[in-house]
Write a protein that binds this ligand. Structure first.
Ligand code: NAP
Length: 352
């Protein structure tokens, strides 16, 4: 049994995931089913989405089906909205509450953000502060949590130098800001587009920006650190072709953080890091659902989301939203993200 206080439609608009494929995995529909609220699991809630943020995992899930989801389903993970029904054991949320967070990576729904109503597990949601918009709140899902997961595992203070390749991406632009908030002495990042240089310089006041398309990043990081290398490199690119280079930017005793390739080990990278007498740190948030850290899921996500919201309220964290689009435009936007032309920071869908 669940608690419901408003009329919930039985069908909805959605970008449905209809085939496991790299090409055209999605189809637009206005008649996707909305779950019967009485079928919610005990710790689930039904959310009427106000805003949904896009991530590369939305199309990657569709291409690989790494979580073995039965189709048709709906991908997408970052939501902000209002609760319209709750499962019978839900104590911390009630119908009408405004919430935001991340949908489950291993639910039978395939995530489920790219539609009007999504099923969320209470462990990875928090109440949305009234003075934060749904659009800003939606950005704090996968990308901010990944940035926090990597950086919470290292010490950062006024003597720390850090290299964050991919500073124009969702994860990268949050990582750069977290390093700033925590008082890093030197923050070096990399981008390839003029827009990225401009925004990082002018809006985020980052001085040391490398062009990863034209510069030798190892040489440039060494130059910028007087030949020392950095204390921490957080490779937010998820590109194995990049790993060997970014490992070489870390000084002896430093840390190399990586958004691990899903489902594969990193033996080669671990060996390279060990050879440099540095520390290997994984920031693969998939492990909270599918790995050994399942018991930490609630603590990690709720603390992370609370912190992100607080920093936004304090004006310390500024999600960069390069486009606000309609749900109908999600497929086109995901294609752009896939092509590397999604623009700086985040793309957010506004539903209400
Ligand atoms: N395992 C996990 O838990 C996890 C979690 C989150 C994300 N990820 C993965 O991590 C990656 C980044 O996520 P995101 O949300 O930040 O993606 P995103 O917003 O699409 O950003 C990707 C960024 O990578 C940069 N880039 C591309 N090639 C590069 C290179 N050779 N060197 C340095 N930067 C390069 C791009 O910068 P320019 O446009 O300036 O070139 C772009 O800003 C994605 O592949 C995503 O799927 C994994």
């Amino acid at each position: 049994m669940s608690s419901i206080e408003q009329t919930i439609p039985t069908s909805q608009s959605a970008l449905q995931w209809v085939r496991v494929s790299d090409k055209n995995p999605f189809e637009w529909t206005t008649s996707a089913p909305v779950i019967d609220p009485s079928k919610l699991d005990d710790n689930q809630v039904l959310i009427e989405n106000h805003a949904v943020a896009l991530n590369p995992i939305d199309y990657k899930m569709a291409a690989t089906n790494f979580a073995n989801i039965k189709l048709p389903a709906v991908t997408g993970f970052d939501v902000s909205g209002r609760i319209v029904a709750v499962g019978k054991n839900v104590k911390d949320f009630k119908v009408g509450d405004e919430v935001f967070g991340v949908l489950s990576l291993n639910s039978s729904y395939g995530g489920g953000a790219l539609q009007q109503y999504s099923v969320g597990d209470v462990d990875t949601l928090i109440h949305k502060p009234a003075n934060i918009s749904h659009i800003d709140a939606a950005t704090l899902g996968i990308a901010f949590s990944s940035a926090m997961d990597g950086l919470r595992q290292v010490n950062i203070d006024s003597s720390t130098s850090i290299f964050i390749p991919g500073g124009s991406g969702g994860v990268g632009h949050f990582s750069v800001q977290i390093a700033q908030i925590r008082g890093a002495k030197q923050i070096i990042t990399s981008v390839s587009k003029d827009e990225g240089f401009k925004i990082l310089k002018e809006q985020y006041k980052i001085k040391d920006i490398i062009n990863h398309a034209t510069d030798n990043i190892v040489d440039r990081v060494l130059e910028l650190t007087q030949g020392q290398g950095v204390d921490i490199a957080y490779d937010t690119t998820y590109l194995p072709s990049n790993y060997e280079k970014t490992i070489k930017t870390v000084k002896e005793g430093g840390s190399w953080i990586v958004l691990r390739r899903f489902g594969q080990d990193n033996t080669k990278e671990i060996n390279s890091v060990t050879e440099r007498k540095a520390k290997f740190i994984l920031a693969d948030i998939g492990r909270y659902w599918l790995g050994s850290e399942r018991t930490q899921i609630k603590t990690f996500f709720q603390n992370t989301l609370i912190q992100g919201a607080k920093w936004i309220e304090e004006g310390k964290l500024k999600p960069y939203i390069n486009q606000v689009i309609k749900l109908e435009e999600a497929q086109y936007a995901l294609e752009k993200i896939k092509q590397g032309t999604g623009g700086f920071g985040k793309i957010v869908i506004k539903l209400l």
